[in-house]
Design a binder for this molecule. Structure first.
Ligand SMILES: [Zn+2]
Length: 503
């Protein structure tokens, strides 16, 4: 008998005699979860063509689960019964039902041969280890199309990814329309590619496109968390509004990569109305209670030489210029709290906070290894782990060979699979502050959707399993066997993927 080979590995599988067999696509009987069933049907039809769901009585039944369905108390849990007489999916929540349907989608993707569906019988009971299972896509360094993002969301949902972290602004391009600051998109969204014979590239997402992506993701039970990087990585803002910098410019939307000296002027009160306008826009367009403010890689040299920043420095009675960033972080977090939102920042927001402590509800995203996250939970802050040295940076090469795409380091599938957001040193209380983890795709050298697919798949599968499945049952041999089958499923979704060694 063939095993299910599901990724991420479910909590419990109990195999039964026989197979569920069907010609064409079985009918779905819905007593609950109609929306989830509709998305599932669309996804299946996208892969297998437009054929209608067949009129069999022994099809798939979706139902609100009752107590007889075992461990269903957790928000994303589901129970899937595959028997020769039909398939039954029970869940308490819409999200649980959708996760169960994605497991079934995997079995469909690997179970069809020549129009015949055959799935071994069994009972799957499942729920996640962490609720935050994310992917970050950098849409500043490369401007990915709406169509690509939707394709990606459909592919991510197959592995129960729950968060799409949308990196919307950086030195190389501003992608968010802000009504009161039209030059952010008019000027800040386009750059001269000096390396590419002077061509101009870029773009931005319209409000309509943003709402479309947020709703498309929500139908797949993926939450979209926007990021606007402040007060560093701000060349695109400065190119549009040079008065907000310390020197007044000239500035340009960067076509070089790296960390730049020019940041927003901390002594200029004009930065605060800008922040208010940005956050009003985000609050209007994104229902997520989380907003990511960046806060990474801020250089302080311009502040040291700026009369306005020095005036601010004296007024605040600071000891060093880095404290001015923590002063700004506190202001940003307060503005977001006023809008009912929770702030997320990269782990630099933990630094130089002696004078302006990190507000209690700020979530720390730990990227420079896991120490930032470990420190955050030790002072009672929540954290999300995306350590660059633990396989979570998908702009790294898959393996150590110059023929692979990528930069800065190596992040094997193996590494991501073994990433554990809870470090051995954490106490039980500290561990309870770990929300989960995510993979990040920075796009300096990922200049096409197809290349992004190659960098994301199948690494995201290992990370999804690290965040969903039981840590105690990790087994790379077992994972790699399942992955071999799963990669054929990903082929059916027409994703370009890495096919080489996993460690
Ligand atoms: Zn200044």
């Amino acid at each position: 008998m063939k095993a299910y080979t599901i990724i991420p590995k479910p909590r419990s599988i109990q195999y039964k005699q026989g197979n569920f067999k069907c010609t064409g696509i079985p009918q779905i009987n819905v007593s609950a979860f109609q929306q989830e069933a509709d998305v599932f049907i669309k996804q299946i039809q996208n892969t297998f063509g437009g054929q209608a769901f067949s009129e069999t009585t022994d099809g798939i039944t979706l139902m609100k689960a009752d107590n007889s369905f075992g461990d269903i108390h957790k928000a994303e849990s589901y129970r899937l019964e595959i028997l020769s007489g039909g398939i039954r999916l029970g869940a308490q929540t819409q999200t649980g039902a959708f996760r169960g349907l994605q497991t079934l989608r995997q079995l469909f993707l690997s179970g069809y041969q020549n129009g015949e569906l055959s799935i071994p019988c069994g009972i799957i009971e499942d729920f996640p280890r962490f609720s935050w299972r994310g992917l970050m896509l950098d849409c500043s360094r490369y401007f990915y199309s709406v169509e690509f993002i939707k394709k990606l969301l459909d592919a991510l949902s197959l592995q129960h990814i729950s968060i799409f972290h949308w990196h919307l602004t950086d030195d190389q391009g501003w992608r968010l329309p802000v009504k009161q600051y039209p030059l952010l998109t008019e000027i800040g969204s386009r750059r001269n590619e000096h390396r590419l014979w002077g061509s101009v590239t870029g773009g931005f997402y319209t409000e309509e496109e943003i709402r479309d992506i947020v709703s498309y993701a929500a139908q797949r039970h993926i939450e979209v968390v926007p990021e606007v990087d402040l007060p560093g990585h701000a060349s695109s803002i400065l190119a549009a509004y040079p008065g907000l910098g310390c020197t007044g410019g000239p500035y340009r939307v960067e076509d070089r990569y790296g960390v730049f000296e020019d940041v927003l002027c901390a002594g200029n009160d004009g930065i605060f109305p800008l922040f208010e306008a940005i956050f009003d826009t985000l609050a209007e367009l994104f229902p997520s209670k989380y907003v990511h403010i960046g806060g990474d890689e801020v250089r302080f040299n311009r502040w040291k030489e700026c009369p306005r920043c020095n005036k601010r420095f004296t007024e605040l009675g600071l000891d060093n210029y880095a404290q001015m960033q923590s002063w700004i972080t506190v202001r940003l977090a307060q503005m977001l709290r006023d809008r009912g939102r929770i702030t997320i920042g990269w782990d630099e927001v933990l630094e130089n906070t002696g004078k302006f402590p990190l507000p209690e509800n700020v979530v720390v995203m730990s990227w420079r290894a896991q120490q930032g996250g470990a420190h955050a939970v030790s002072i009672g802050r929540r954290t999300i782990m995306s350590p660059q040295n633990e396989g979570c940076y998908l702009d790294y090469r898959h393996i150590d060979t110059p023929e692979e795409i990528g930069r800065l380091g190596i992040g094997t599938i193996f590494k991501g699979y073994y990433m554990n957001p809870i470090t051995p040193q954490m106490s039980k209380d500290e561990a309870s502050l770990v929300m989960g983890g995510q993979a990040n795709l920075w796009s300096e050298v990922i200049y096409a959707g197809k290349i992004a697919e190659y960098m994301i798949f199948p690494r995201i599968c290992g990370i999804a399993e690290a965040l969903w499945s039981d840590e105690k049952t990790k087994d790379i041999e077992d994972f790699s066997k399942r992955l071999a089958v799963h990669q054929d499923r990903l082929d059916r979704l027409e994703l370009l993927q890495y096919r080489g060694a996993i460690q």
